[in-house]
Ligand binder design. Structure first.
Ligand code: IMP
Length: 421
């Protein structure tokens, strides 16, 4: 059975760890959207690994890993990530497959991303600054370069020269840094040479694997509320982070999907700007004081708040989530009271689904259901039955409010701190 794993919130739900746990039951892991804006943290045997583009399955020696045409790849960052894994004794040759059709993030995409954000003043998105939006923009405008192009000196040289001319003219107008076409071409050809043994048609490969009965895990990046269509637009990323996006981004035929798992943090966090109805600065202060909730990619302190039943129910619906893997339950261990939003109030009306207009979402007032906290350490618990009764009640309430069952519970970063419900 092939499994899709999606983030049910604004990303950072702990997908890296859940992928690592689920990989045990799969032969291959596929990353099919986003780029190195993602940061997936996995702790194994006291060692911490932070992966950006690499599927988390790379940490299991027998697992095959694929990066699909729906991603945008910064080849220099990917080469560094692969070299970093080699330095830690992790082999990639014969296990890693990169799509020849994935679009490439160029240095000028970062110039545009960072320049636009700096100029946006009060209207910043709060992007990771990795050039993700401009790279997807070039793809949709049909002027992008793809991984396969890194293997052709002629094509790369001409395309980079033309695009750099255009971007540098814009950069000079705005006072942004300019880039060198010659340097980019040299660096990207070298990266292409390094990556060449990994490059293939991953859409054919994944369907072949599926036809042979190999079980594949599709590792979503970011989260449902950052989806360019279903998320809190314009405060979103530039790809489809929902379950359907994992099919388009990999080329997996949708009728080969088995199960859809939602990664859900026991509270909510978000990085970057945008509405966050259940935001609680007090909860953020508490979690930050515990050393929690700092971004894996940018190191930024994440905004934190209560679980939002309205948004999660929306995520269950648009993804078709069959079950949840809930993470960071231990983050709530010290709290006397825990809230979950069950509806919003807007202009005297009760809403049970998020409004489309961002201006309206900013004005929504959450209606909370409150729960007594368990105020006990759960990090050494290894079964649902051994959880404090109030923690059990909280989890059952989450299931009732969101309409999906919790199948996996995580109470810490380690592989062993995970159990079924
Ligand atoms: P971009 O993807 O860099 O364009 O950033 C757009 C929005 O998505 C910003 O709010 C980022 O903070 C957010 N974002 C992008 N990648 C991640 C992620 O992996 N986890 C959480 N938020 C992300």
């Amino acid at each position: 059975m092939n499994t899709l794993l999606v983030g049910a919130q604004w990303g950072d739900e702990g997908k890296g760890k859940i992928v690592d746990v689920l990989t045990e039951q799969h032969h291959a892991v596929f990353r099919s959207q986003g780029g190195n804006n993602a940061g997936h943290t996995v702790h194994i045997g006291g060692k911490k690994y932070v992966l950006h583009l690499m599927p988390s399955g790379i940490l299991r020696p027998r697992c095959q890993c694929l990066i699909g045409h729906g991603t945008v790849i910064d080849p220099l960052a990917l080469v560094e990530e692969i070299k970093g894994l080699h330095a830690q004794g992790i082999k990639t040759r014969g296990r890693l497959f990169i799509s020849d059709r994935a679009h490439v993030v160029m240095p000028y995409h970062r110039v545009l991303d960072q320049g636009r954000e700096a100029a946006a003043k009060g209207k910043k998105i709060g992007t990771t600054g990795r050039g993700i939006g401009p790279a997807y923009n070039d793809k949709a405008s049909r002027i992008g370069l793809r991984v396969g192009d890194l293997l052709s000196a002629d094509k790369l040289t001409g395309s980079v020269r033309d695009r750099v001319k255009e971007i540098n003219a814009l950069a000079r107008q705005h006072g942004w840094p300019t880039v060198s076409a010659a340097q980019i071409t040299k660096d990207y050809l070298a990266a292409g040479k390094f990556l060449a043994p990994y490059v293939t048609d991953t859409a054919l490969k994944v369907n072949e694997l599926a036809a042979r009965g190999r079980k594949i895990l599709f590792e979503g990046a970011q989260g449902t509320l950052l989806d360019i269509d279903c998320g809190t637009y314009p405060y979103v990323t530039s790809s489809n982070t929902t379950s359907a996006g994992l099919c388009t981004g990999s080329g997996l035929a949708p009728n080969r999907v088995g199960k859809i798992v939602g990664a859900l943090k026991a509270y909510t966090s978000r990085v970057g700007e945008g509405p966050f109805p259940t935001e609680s600065p007090d909860l953020a202060d508490l979690l930050h004081a515990l050393g929690r909730e700092f971004g894996a990619t940018t190191g930024r302190a994440r905004r934190c708040g209560w679980l939002d039943g309205v948004l999660i129910k929306y995520a269950v619906t648009v993804n078709g989530i069959d079950e949840f893997a809930i993470t960071n339950l231990d983050g709530l261990d010290t709290l006397p009271v825990i809230n979950i939003a069950v509806a919003y109030q807007l202009d005297g009306k009760t809403l049970t689904a998020p409004p489309a207009a961002i201006e309206d979402l900013y004005r929504c007032q959450p209606v909370y259901q409150s729960f007594k906290g368990w105020q006990a350490d759960t990090t050494a618990v290894r079964s649902f039955a051994k959880l404090p009764r109030r923690a059990q009640a909280y989890l059952r309430a989450v299931e009732k409010i969101t309409g999906a069952k919790i199948n996996l519970i995580s109470v810490g970063p380690g592989r062993e701190q995970t159990f079924g419900s």
